[in-house]
Design a protein around this ligand. Structure first.
Ligand code: ADP
Ligand code: MG
Length: 729
């Protein structure tokens, strides 16, 4: 085994960058090559069909069967010219990935032969036998039917020989079994609510879209080193491994020159991403050694979510062609930064206005303040829920550790915006506020005509930071489906905007002017949501105490955090906006708890196996060598002298014995604890038991293994060490 370790380290060390096939044309020409976008629709569909499809995409208009048939035929024609033979409904079940089942276009032609065909029926709806996807009890196996239905707002695309059709996945009884269906409902809710609020400022607005720009962080590890680490292979993270003497202290990796092998990977990935219509733009080294980031230009939320799912699978494939494995896990290595996926979020109108951007006029700035403050209210009143939306067994390792946002959701506004809000809040009555004149005002909004919010005013410790024209939700995990966070956030904002509108309308009904009414409500809100605004150091111990005093959700146990989904105010919010029913929410929580338990269960098993089969035998062997040496000392020296010379080895022998004893005992205890937890029928209680009793044991056992790593002869240590995993490339 150690030979294996040395060999793989040496092989990895010698690897050169792979050659990348660069397309002959410029990126703008190959961008979207494999996407059935508008240009292709126009080319492959007749004009009436094209118009109906565009109407379906832009306005959600229904497509009738005949039109769908024509669309399907046009798609097939385009795809076959790219060599495509199969199609699949591509959906996002409640696992971490996407799902697909490929069928070929071949159909019997009735004369003993076959013909390639693709009908509107197959495009629009399918019934995958998907009884094995997590569903939280919504579908019993005897009524296991679910169906996938085409989402025309996300264009179909080609991967390899397959035409991929983005779909939602729902039960026959109508409940969502995936991420996309509730996301589309949440986006529709925020569209409706925000459009109505926009009408106070501009009656021409017909649609408000939510935008998402994600920043994907990841680690790359040489494939051979990865293969020699069963923990990485099975759980996506290292369950053991002593910190390297050097890690990120020198900050020499962040924004450093990108290593050659990695640049080749990035180029390859970017070309393929652009061909799939993913507008990738930014690449750089991240803080931890072998950690990197990729970011596209922001897009409409639904498409951005699909693109993120797509790029995660693309990254996995491309990495393999470069002899790497990509780690999307939130905390693959202890002691260095974990990986997140910052979700840059904003709202924008069909008239081209970014609602989180300050404007030039009084009305524009009041609109800006309105949307910012309502967002803060949403994040304040659904504080626990917003946190639950990004929580997972894996992300729990990251939050609150090494430069990750804390497990408390607060919002950083920066000094300028904070001042503006404070100024507005201080006005005692609406009479103090004049929007046009200059005398007697405490708040002179015309004096902040051109709000230039400085977006260099950053605070990296904030989980939900305002950054100039958007909020950056940083607590999202690197492996997560962004939809989870986007469902919670957009729904909360939609619900809040609806409340805001009814409060403003009630004031207007009493004779207030629109602008005065808006200001009055906003002023109350600024005071109300003040506890969620925090510009200080989110990593500090004092903040944890202060946040608790402010009544923010400070729960740290992952399974308990999920309870937020079922609080009466959450259920009311999801139901009022039509995003999810209580039944769906309950089912989803069952899935979350079950997933949590399974993750910890797998980690515990892997750690137990590795401890007993990889670590203990090696430690014992090394210990025997030391014992041997002690005996041999006695052969050649006097007893007294041998005793003196062997003192250090004897101490090590004892130390190894203590560690190995602790490990064996605790691995056994962990098995027993699992048995006890496994007998619990209730999924929530089981997850809580895994969190409270088993998860801490993983850490305790690891501590002793990591100590052994420092003692045992390097030549005998079987697993690639942190210094190798993190620095060889
Ligand atoms: P950083 O936060 O590291 O400075 P960037 O400036 O590269 O990151 O931007 C991060 C992401 O935010 C990008 O995907 C970018 O397109 C996106 N973004 C910029 N403006 C908006 C906006 N108004 N709404 C949503 N996303 C945005
Ligand atoms: Mg950012």
């Amino acid at each position: 085994m150690p030979e294996l370790r040395f060999n793989v380290v040496e092989n990895a060390f010698r690897k050169k960058a792979a050659t990348v096939e660069i397309p002959k044309c410029r990126p703008e020409e190959y961008f979207g090559k494999y996407v059935f976008g508008r240009e292709k629709m126009f080319h492959y569909l007749d004009i009436a069909t094209y118009k109906s499809l565009v109407n379906a995409i832009d306005n959600g208009a229904p497509l009738d069967r005949k039109v769908a048939d024509k669309v399907a035929e046009g798609m097939r024609q385009w795809a076959t010219e790219l060599g495509v033979t199969h199609y699949t409904h591509w959906f996002q079940p409640l696992t971490e990935g996407t799902a697909e089942k490929h069928d070929s276009f071949m159909e019997p032609n009735g004369k003993g032969g076959m013909i390639e065909e693709f009908s509107g029926k197959l495009l629009v709806q399918q019934e995958p036998d998907a009884s094995s996807f997590p569903n939280g009890g919504i579908r019993n196996t005897f009524e296991a039917r679910g169906y996938s239905a085409w989402d025309p707002s996300s264009p179909v695309f080609v991967v390899d020989d397959t035409l991929c059709i983005p779909t939602i996945f729902i039960a026959y009884t109508g409940e969502a079994l995936d991420y996309k269906a509730p996301l589309l409902r949440a986006l529709s809710a925020v569209n409706k609510a925000a459009t109505k609020v926009c009408h106070y400022f501009d009656p021409e607005v017909k649609k408000v879209a939510a935008y998402l720009g994600w920043e994907q962080e990841y680690f790359l590890v040489d494939e051979e080193l990865y293969g020699a680490r069963p923990d990485l292979l099975m759980t996506g993270r290292t369950l053991m491994g002593h910190e390297a003497s050097k890690n990120q202290q020198l900050d020499d990796h962040y924004f450093g020159a990108i290593p050659q092998r990695v640049v080749a990977f990035m180029k390859d990935l970017e070309i393929q991403a652009l061909q799939l219509g993913i507008p990738v733009k930014t690449r750089h080294n991240e803080v931890a050694p072998n950690q990197f980031e990729l970011a596209p230009v922001f897009e409409e939320c639904n498409l951005a979510v699909d693109h993120n799912m797509l790029i995660m699978s693309l990254m996995r494939n491309v990495a393999r062609n470069h002899g790497f494995r990509v780690l999307l896990h939130e905390k693959p290595f202890k002691g260095v930064n974990g990986s997140g996926k910052h979700n840059n979020w904003s709202l924008g109108t069909d008239t081209g206005v970014l609602l989180m951007s300050p404007g030039k006029t009084t009305a524009e700035n009041l609109r800006f303040i309105t949307f910012v403050v309502n967002t803060l209210m949403a994040v304040y009143h659904h504080n626990g829920l917003i946190k639950a939306s990004i929580m997972s067994a894996d992300n729990a390792h990251r939050l609150g550790a090494n430069e990750a946002p804390p497990a408390i959701i607060s919002s950083f506004l920066g000094s300028q915006l904070s001042q503006v809000l404070a100024q507005i809040a201080e006005c005692e009555s609406t009479e103090d506020i004049s929007l046009s004149g200059k005398q007697g005002m405490k708040l002179d909004i015309p004096q902040i005509p051109e709000l230039m919010i400085d977006n260099t005013d950053r605070n990296r410790t904030s989980p939900f930071a305002f950054t100039g024209n958007r909020f950056e939700f940083r607590a999202v995990g690197s492996a997560a489906n962004c939809a989870s966070a986007m469902i919670a956030l957009n729904t909360a904002v939609a619900d809040q905007l609806n409340k805001f509108k009814s409060e403003v309308d009630a004031l207007i009904a009493t004779g207030e002017s629109e602008m005065q009414a808006i200001l009055k409500v906003i002023r109350g809100y600024i005071k109300e949501c003040a506890p969620v605004c925090f510009d200080g150091n989110g990593y500090s111990e004092e903040w944890k105490q202060e946040a608790a005093r402010r009544g923010l959700d400070c729960e740290t146990s992952c399974p308990v955090i999920f309870d937020s989904y079922l609080r009466p105010e959450s259920v009311a919010m999801f139901e009022a906006t039509g995003v999810m029913t209580e039944k769906e929410l309950k089912a989803r929580n069952e899935v979350k708890w079950e997933m949590y338990t399974k993750k910890i269960q797998i980690e515990a098993r892997v750690l137990g196996d590795l401890a007993m089969n990889h670590i203990i035998p090696v430690a014992t062997e090394y210990q025997s060598r030391l014992i041997d040496n002690v005996h041999k000392m006695m052969d050649i020296y006097t007893l007294e002298k041998a005793d003196k010379l062997s003192a250090e080895n004897k101490r090590l022998i004892e130390e190894i014995a203590e560690h190995t004893l602790y490990i064996t005992e605790h691995v056994e205890a962990m098995v027993e604890a699992r048995k006890v937890a496994n007998r619990i029928a209730d999924e929530r209680e089981k997850a809580v038991a895994y969190h409270d009793t088993i998860a801490p044991m993983l850490e305790q056992i690891r501590y002793h293994i990591d100590k052994l790593e420092l003692i045992v002869d390097n030549r005998m240590w079987p697993l690639p060490k942190y210094r190798e995993l993190l620095f060889v490339r």
